[in-house]
Ligand binder design. Structure first.
Ligand SMILES: Cc1cc2nc3c(=O)[nH]c(=O)nc-3n(C[C@H](O)[C@H](O)[C@H](O)COP(=O)(O)OP(=O)(O)OC[C@H]3O[C@@H](n4cnc5c(N)ncnc54)[C@H](O)[C@@H]3O)c2cc1C
Length: 510
């Protein structure tokens, strides 16, 4: 996937998507596989909005059961299985422990009922049935848990993903099937014909050049910027979104925690998670070297999506929650990094708590602009199918959705359990150390071979980007040539995550 912004102006497209987060990426793949000529632009890097700052869970959402969102949970649990199959290098099963404490907002029997329902809704697509954890077993399984008022608990499975790389994999798959995709191209205004949108006037933020991109249908998949893009098109129908802000912190995993925890915050009873950080669980690194992700907050905020920061109060809230349940206690000085995003949630209809709903909404404006708001990462494929159906309604021809069985870029055709040891072995035979082989297969799947090819051609790039970190300098070359990375932050925050927990690297002269 190479950056070819000139293609955008030269060709004429059936569909143009504004926004290269997971929503836009999903529609790009779906519409391309249905045979439409498609272009996608993002004003920044792909996934640089919400799609790189999620909690990185591919999950049904146990907590949504409390609000009776059975359809959403059922759909998400099935999508979890689809994603584990279609992108096994980027999505992995993750064990959760749910401890029950005296004084919890919900009594143990309600949690047990919820878990039974969760298993039932997952049906054949369940990863493993939830299990009760009597007090003694729980203490053995999680020795760092606070013991006072602990009554027992349960374990269940969900999945964890590398959100930014998954978004990239969807886009690379779309590009492989012919889509023209470009980051750092911003839609600045809309072009209209007979009162209907017929494309956008855009600027390439790398070269500064302006261009017109012509398309029969334009999709607004701009996440937290959806309303701003509607305004660009002259849509006056009022805001679609009521975003909420979510912050996370990354801390050292000093207790060597290997499972995730679902916990209730002592201040307000909200669900929050403590999760082992990404690939390290799977790559088998020594627990002492690993990190934990704690999140998230959920607040209505007025902050602009382009300039989100994590405040000391948000850090304090997250650490307070974690310290209530887990040893050793953490102080703000222990925080390695933090990040925040805006959930592009749909604005409440009367009587409906929008802040809790992860449903999505497709709006077709008077100008023909199709805007999509809401949803969650896990169910992006279903959302994309519905948006593509709406696109086809305007284009006047319907095709079958083909994304369900479409392996995403880097996914092997055999099972991950079969593929993973073989792929690592093959790289070992090419002379790569075990840890490097595991790291590359984990991150790039079947594309690890291509990175190893680069390594053979440029042995001087074998050094790590930072001492003690697995990221290699050669990956930057690969990411620039094949993953459209343009600026250091593209490498450090999305194609790898070094910049999130070693923020000093963002300011160093690499
Ligand atoms: C804190 C937090 C935790 C979450 N955790 C989870 C989770 O664990 N699991 C889960 O399933 N979901 C989770 N979600 C929800 C999920 O992350 C979002 O629903 C999803 O990422 C939204 O993707 P999007 O593509 O709609 O928006 P975005 O990823 O924000 O993409 C929109 C894109 O549009 C681009 N854009 C805007 N204006 C323009 C323009 N004028 N021209 C060109 N491009 C433009 C932006 O640059 C941006 O990249 C979480 C969300 C938050 C905030």
């Amino acid at each position: 996937m190479q950056r070819q912004p000139e293609r955008l102006a030269d060709e004429s497209f059936d569909v143009l998507i504004v926004g290269g987060g997971i929503t836009g990426a999903g529609v790009a793949l779906d519409a391309t596989l249905r045979g439409w000529r498609l272009a996608l632009i993002d004003k920044g890097d792909f996934a640089a909005g919400t799609s790189s700052v999620s909690s990185k869970l591919v999950h049904g959402g146990l907590r949504y059961l409390e609000h009776g969102e059975f359809r959403l949970v059922h759909e998400a649990l099935h999508e979890r299985r689809v994603l584990l199959h279609n992108a096994p290098h980027l999505v992995r099963p993750l064990k959760f422990i749910l401890p029950f404490y005296r004084g919890f907002r919900l009594p143990p029997w309600k949690w047990r009922l919820g878990l039974a329902l969760y298993d039932l809704l997952a049906g054949h697509d369940n990863l493993r049935r939830s299990r009760p954890l009597p007090l003694a077993a729980l203490r053995r399984a999680a020795p760092s848990l606070e013991r006072a008022d602990l009554l027992g608990g349960a374990s269940y499975f969900d999945a964890q993903m590398d959100d930014a790389r998954l978004c990239l994999a969807v886009l690379r798959t779309a590009a492989r099937h012919g889509a023209a995709v470009a980051n750092y191209v911003e839609a600045r205004s809309f072009e209209q014909q007979g009162g209907q949108v017929a494309g956008v006037r855009a600027v390439d933020r790398v070269s500064g050049k302006e261009c017109s991109i012509r398309a029969r249908v334009v999709v607004n998949a701009a996440g937290p910027w959806v309303d701003a893009v509607c305004r660009l098109a002259g849509e006056t129908g009022g805001p679609l979104l009521q975003p909420t802000k979510g912050a996370h912190v990354i801390v050292p995993n000093r207790a060597g925690i290997a499972s995730a925890f679902l916990l209730l915050h002592p201040r307000d009873g909200r669900v929050f998670f403590v999760i082992p950080w990404l690939a390290e669980v799977h790559a088998g690194e020594a627990p002492g070297a690993t990190k934990l992700l704690i999140g998230t907050t959920d607040t209505f905020g007025q902050e602009a999506p382009d300039s989100l920061t994590v405040s000391p109060d948000e850090v304090a809230y997250l650490l307070e929650g974690c310290n209530r349940y887990l040893q050793p206690a953490l102080a703000p000085a222990d925080v390695l990094g933090s990040f925040a995003g805006l959930r592009p949630l749909i604005r409440a209809r009367p009587g409906e708590p929008s802040s809790l709903s992860r449903e999505f909404h497709i709006a077709v404006g008077p100008s023909g602009l199709i805007s999509v708001a809401g949803g969650k990462y896990t169910t992006y494929r279903c959302m994309a199918a519905a948006v593509t159906d709406a696109v086809e309604n305007r284009l006047g021809r319907r095709h079958r959705c083909r994304t369900r069985d479409c392996l995403l870029d880097g996914a092997p055709s055999q099972s991950w359990e079969e593929y993973w040891p073989r792929a690592v072995g093959a790289l070992r035979r090419r002379g790569l150390p075990e840890s490097t082989a595991r790291h590359l297969v984990q991150r790039y799947g079947t594309n690890a071979d291509a990175v190893a090819d680069d390594l053979a051609r440029f042995p001087e790039l074998a050094a790590p980007v930072m001492p003690g970190e697995p990221d290699l300098q050669v990956e930057w070359r690969y990411q620039r040539e094949h993953e459209m990375a343009v600026y250091p932050a593209d490498h450090l925050l999305r194609r790898s995550r070094l910049g999130l927990y070693r923020p000093e690297v963002l300011n160093s002269r690499l």
